[in-house]
Every structure is written in structure tokens, then in C-alpha cells.
Ligand binder design. Structure first.
Ligand code: ME8
Length: 524
């Protein structure tokens, strides 16, 4: 059992902080939606949740993007950062903080953390010569290059020679190996804290990080003198920190590192990072080593997702595929429609094909025909056969076992950051309930105890499944909740108690409203 299942425990979840050299796209939305859904699930469990997202605003890439647009870097960063913030607002993202790396609190935390690593003897001065990919903001060694190009962006790297400070990454080979090896898919004790945490999930990515460490770690250059757009090195202000070493620290900044140690100590053991596989090396190798160098434990848990692919290629701003924006898709499918399809269609971990048709399919099959249809159908029959008053469920209903199984599966899936699998279990319960109604044919029954029991059971499933679906479709479930006459909000329910069979009290007015998800017909 993971520490995250103890009700009332602290739970921190983060997204990558996005570069402000371009605007938010569907790939960013995917990462952020997964983090949001997991945050919402943990709030339902009664956990004390802190959900962090933000923007990564330093580095050469941003400096150049600003120059191209004729703006000062900070002005450019502010404009784009606001676009990220407004996109997340539009998508109903429930973040508790939004960090910008240009904020004074962040500069202070970066300087405090890296000063500790310096004082501990893990940072030293030397000259660096290497090939740099600006879109990656990373150096590559010859062997990594593909035909002389960056392996990710497939474009030329830039040769750079600089006086740099170096981080003694090589000193952490054994500690990193122990941290990575100590974890297992079942939830072994990875950090010696007794909390039973995993280092990196899914396990394939843990193995990938282990492979990087086993290949041998070189020390890495962590400062630059050639640019000024960054956090100054506190012991040598001719240098700024290279953007990745400032960016990773955002996760510590937001929890009060360097400013409020008590707050930091309280939240730090509960940190979970959501990230894409493109930045696994930084999060799975460099970041834990930086923490070790600064004497900070225990280490965070990483949840790594694959790429959304369009025509087999990674969908990214540098790949020129900004044609699809979250705004357009929300225009077609609504906020909950878009949220649901993104979470349901792409299981967390592997690469996955993104398609418009896939969204139409998820919307029509699951939201319109299954959830929306169940709510309408039940309200109509309750109107005709029960005088519009929802009856209580039967204690021994066959559906109660289906609900318990679905809940157990969904809870396990949410706990291991598998929203797609959790929604799969939830929608299986909804489909079973539609089948149950088709079999029982309550619309053919005379008013009386028999039809009351059937409709009470169906209402009870709507209640339970709405709670289970709420991390994905937070607005729609509140509509369904009200229609079946329940008080309060879905978001105020507390699991696992609220998922227990028999919570629908009966005697509530059930309203027939407009279809919650009218079937989507693509315009020709
Ligand atoms: O790397 N499919 O920022 P970034 C799925 N600033 N997810 C995708 C995606 C795709 N096609 N494209 C992007 C950075 N993402 C750094 C992070 S963190 C301390 C610093 C998502 O703006 C995915 O989560 O390039 C990926 O890891 C992230 O956006 C990279 O965003």
C-alpha cells in the first residue's frame, strides 16, 4: 500500500513547468490534465493536496524567442506565461499555485539550494566545450547525435566553449543506482524512509534511468557566462545557472525551500512529479542527484508519460504542429468532453496516437451514449413510473457487487496514476447499468416496489459513478448530481465511504433536463 492511500495525508503533484517560447498545445494539456485529475482524486480521498504548475522562463531559447519578437525577455515571458495560465483556467485545472521561474521567490530558492551543493563540495569550476541544442536547452555528446543533429529536434547543434561551473554528477552513481534499484512496481521501500514509495513509474522508465546511470555519468556543466537571462550564481555573479538547473528547483521553491523551512519539511516527502519521457534524464537522474548534493531527502516519485503522436511524429511546438489548440477542441467538445477524451484515449506511459476521430468516438460512445444516456433514461422512467421521485436502492442488488469491483479497480488505477484505466473501470460500471436496465425493462413495469428497486439501483450507480468520474468531467457530474436530487457537491464527497452501496437516500426529486452530452456530429 502506498503512502498516498492514508487518508488526510499530504499529496503534492506537479506538472513540468512549460517553456514560454511558444503557446500551450495539446501535449502540454495532456500532461496538465493528468496531473489535475490525479489531484482531484486525492482531494476526494480527503488528502491535503498541493497541485503545482507553472512556466520555465529562462535560457537561451526564451532569450532568442523574445529577441525575434522584438521584446524584452521578461515581457515576452509574461505574455506567454499568461497564455498558459488562461488555458489552464479554461480547462478547469485546479492548480493551487502557478510558479514562474522569474519570480524572486524562485531565484532565492535556486541560490539557496545550489549554494548548499557548492558548500558540500559538489560544484567546481572548469572549461566546457560541447554541442548544444537550443530547443532542448541541453548539451549532447557526439554519440547522442543523429547525423550531427539533435536526436529529438533533428536540427543542427551549436558548438560552444565556456568557462563553467560543473556539478559532480559522477559522485552520485552509487546513490542513484540504489535509489532507482530500490524501487519496484509493487511499491517497495525505495528511499529508506519506510514510506514504501517507488522512484519512477511505469517501471520501463525506471529501467531507462537506471540504464543512463549504468552507462556512466559525466559531470555536467551547470552555469553559463555567455547569456545573462537566468538566475545569477551567488558565489560568482558573472555566471547564471543553466536553465535546467534553475527549472528543476521550481518544485522546491513552491513548497517554501529557502524561505519557509517548516512548510517545506511538511510537504516535501509527499512529492509526485508528472512529466513526459523527453525530460526523464533531467528528472530521473540530475534532479535526484542535485537533491542528494544539497542534502535533501526523501526523493520525489516520478510518473512518466509517453508522447502524443500525430502521424507518427511527436506533437510539439518545435515540430510545427501547433495547428491543434486546446481552445479549438474545447469549442467542439466542451471542456469536459475534451478533458475526458484526453484522459481516456491515451493510457499513461506509452506513446499514443492522437486523433480528432478518437475524440469524437470517446465523446459519442462514452459521454453521450453511456453516461448522458443513462442519466436521461433514468430520469425519464422515474418521471413516468415513480412520480418523479427517486427511490432508494435495494440492499442486495446485483449492481452493488459491480459497483464495488469497479470502485476497487478505479481506486488502484488512480493511485498508480493510470487515469485511463480508472475511467475504463468507471465506464464498465455505467455500461453494465445500461445493460441491466435493458434486461429489466422497468419502462414496461407497473408502478410499485419492483420498478422502485430497479430505478433506485440505477440512481445509486449514477451517484457512485459520478463521484468516480469527477476527476475527468468535474462540471458534468455536478449537473447529474443535482438532477438526481442530491444535495451539496460531488467534489465535497469523501472516498472510500461515499462509494459504498446505499448512499442514495431515496425520496428525492429527479429532474429531466436537456441531454448532458448531445451526440457530436462532425460538420461535413
Ligand atoms: O521541457 N505529447 O518544457 P516544454 C505528450 N521547460 N506530452 C507532451 C508533448 C507531446 N507531444 N509535447 C510536450 C520543458 N508535452 C521544460 C520542463 S520541468 C522542471 C522543465 C509535455 O514546454 C510533456 O509533459 O518543452 C513534456 O515533458 C512537456 O510537455 C515539455 O514541455
Amino acid at each position: 500500500m502506498s503512502s498516498t492511500e492514508i487518508p488526510g495525508s499530504k499529496f503534492v503533484i506537479t506538472t513540468p513547468i512549460y517553456y514560454v517560447n511558444d503557446v500551450p498545445h495539446v501535449g502540454h494539456a495532456y500532461a496538465t490534465l493528468n496531473a489535475d485529475a490525479v489531484a482531484r482524486w486525492h482531494r476526494l480521498l480527503g488528502d491535503d493536496v498541493f497541485f503545482l504548475t507553472g512556466t520555465d522562463e529562462h535560457g537561451l531559447k526564451i532569450q532568442r524567442a523574445a529577441e525575434d519578437g522584438g521584446l524584452e525577455p521578461l515581457e515576452h515571458a509574461t505574455r506567454t506565461s499568461e497564455r498558459f495560465a488562461s488555458t489552464w483556467k479554461m480547462l478547469n485545472i485546479s492548480n493551487d499555485d502557478f510558479i514562474r521561474t522569474t519570480e524572486p521567490r524562485h531565484h532565492q530558492a535556486v541560490q539557496a539550494l545550489l549554494q548548499k551543493a557548492y558548500d558540500n563540495g559538489y560544484i567546481y569550476a572548469d572549461t566546457y566545450e560541447g554541442d548544444y541544442c537550443v530547443p532542448c536547452e541541453a548539451y549532447y555528446v557526439e554519440d547522442d547525435l543523429v547525423d550531427g543533429n539533435c536526436p529529438i529536434h533533428k536540427r543542427p547543434v551549436e558548438h560552444m566553449v565556456e568557462d563553467n561551473y560543473f556539478f559532480k554528477l559522477s559522485a552520485f552513481t552509487d546513490q542513484l543506482t540504489a535509489w532507482l534499484e530500490g524501487s519496484d512496481a509493487e511499491g517497495g521501500d525505495t528511499d529508506g524512509s519506510g514510506s514504501g514509495r517507488n522512484s519512477i513509474r511505469p517501471t520501463g522508465y525506471r529501467n531507462e534511468a537506471l540504464g543512463i546511470v549504468r552507462q556512466g555519468l559525466d559531470d555536467v556543466s551547470i552555469t553559463r557566462t555567455s547569456i545573462s537571462w537566468g538566475v545569477p550564481v551567488p558565489w560568482d555573479t558573472d555566471h547564471v545557472f543553466y536553465v535546467w538547473y534553475d527549472a528543476l528547483i521550481n518544485y522546491a521553491t513552491a513548497l517554501g525551500f529557502g524561505a519557509d523551512e517548516e512548510r517545506f519539511d511538511e510537504w516535501w516527502p509527499a512529492v509526485h512529479h508528472i512529466l513526459g519521457k523527453d525530460i526523464l534524464r533531467f528528472h530521473g537522474v540530475y534532479w535526484p542527484a542535485m537533491l542528494m548534493a544539497a542534502g535533501i531527502e526523501p526523493l520525489p516519485e516520478l510518473h512518466v508519460h509517453g508522447f502524443l503522436l500525430l502521424g507518427g511524429e511527436k506533437m510539439s511546438k518545435t515540430g510545427g504542429l501547433t495547428a491543434i489548440t486546446p481552445e479549438e477542441l474545447v469549442g467542439d467538445f466542451g471542456v469536459d468532453g475534451f478533458r475526458y477524451a484526453m484522459l481516456r484515449n491515451h493510457s499513461f506511459g506509452p506513446d499514443s496516437d492522437f486523433s480528432y476521430e478518437g475524440i469524437v468516438e470517446a465523446f459519442n460512445t462514452d459521454l453521450a451514449n453511456t453516461y448522458g444516456n443513462l442519466v436521461s433514461r433514468v430520469a425519464t422512467v422515474v418521471g413516468k413510473k415513480c412520480g418523479g421521485v427517486g427511490p432508494a436502492p435495494a440492499a442486495d442488488a446485483s449492481l452493488s457487487a459491480a459497483a464495488a469491483t469497479a470502485y476497487a479497480e478505479a481506486a488502484t488505477a488512480w493511485d498508480s496514476v493510470q487515469p485511463s484505466a480508472a475511467l475504463d473501470a468507471t465506464w464498465r460500471l455505467l455500461r453494465e447499468t445500461n445493460e441491466y436496465l435493458a434486461e429489466m425493462e422497468p419502462w414496461k413495469m407497473d408502478p410499485g416496489p419492483e420498478v422502485d428497486a430497479v430505478m433506485g439501483n440505477a440512481l445509486e450507480v449514477i451517484r457512485i459513478a459520478s463521484i468516480m468520474a469527477s476527476p475527468a468531467i468535474p462540471e458534468a457530474v455536478e449537473v447529474a448530481w443535482k438532477r438526481i436530487g442530491l444535495d451539496g457537491l460531488v467534489s465535497e464527497q469523501r472516498l472510500p465511504a461515499a462509494a459504498g452501496w446505499g448512499g442514495y437516500p431515496g425520496g428525492l426529486d429527479v429532474a429531466i433536463g436537456d441531454p448532458m452530452f448531445p451526440r457530436f456530429k462532425p460538420s461535413a
